[in-house]
Write a new protein. Structure first.
Length: 114
């Protein structure tokens, strides 16, 4: 008799169909980039610049030169599979990150995070 051990992976459809586990993080961004690690793979990430004057810059660990700028008071929602996100601001600002997490282990995407 063969024993199969099926593990959830990036193509496991059910992991994205069910409601996600909530993740909330807030902080202050400055001139130094901060990497926020998610406990598991995300299905949706929302980043909000809660500051009133300065831009927030986000990127991903595997492609730091591909940056997205979020103006003060704005937010960005992304339906993405990610294990971490990088935040920074040249002039300083506050931010909040809301994410919907799957049950897929981060090890499943290490090295291939967008």
């Amino acid at each position: 008799m063969t024993n199969y051990h099926i593990h959830q992976g990036l193509s496991h459809v059910g992991s994205y169909q069910v409601s996600g586990v909530p993740f909330i993080h807030s902080g202050a961004a400055s001139g130094t980039a901060q990497t926020i690690q998610f406990p598991t793979v995300t299905k949706v990430v929302c980043v909000e610049n809660t500051g009133t004057t300065n831009d927030l810059i986000i990127s991903f660990p595997t492609s730091p030169s591909a940056q997205i700028t979020i103006p003060a008071g704005e937010k960005l929602e992304m339906k993405i599979k990610a294990g971490a996100i990088v935040v920074e601001s040249t002039s300083g600002t506050n931010y909040q990150i809301y994410a919907s997490l799957t049950s897929i282990s981060r090890q499943r995407i290490d090295g291939i995070v967008l």
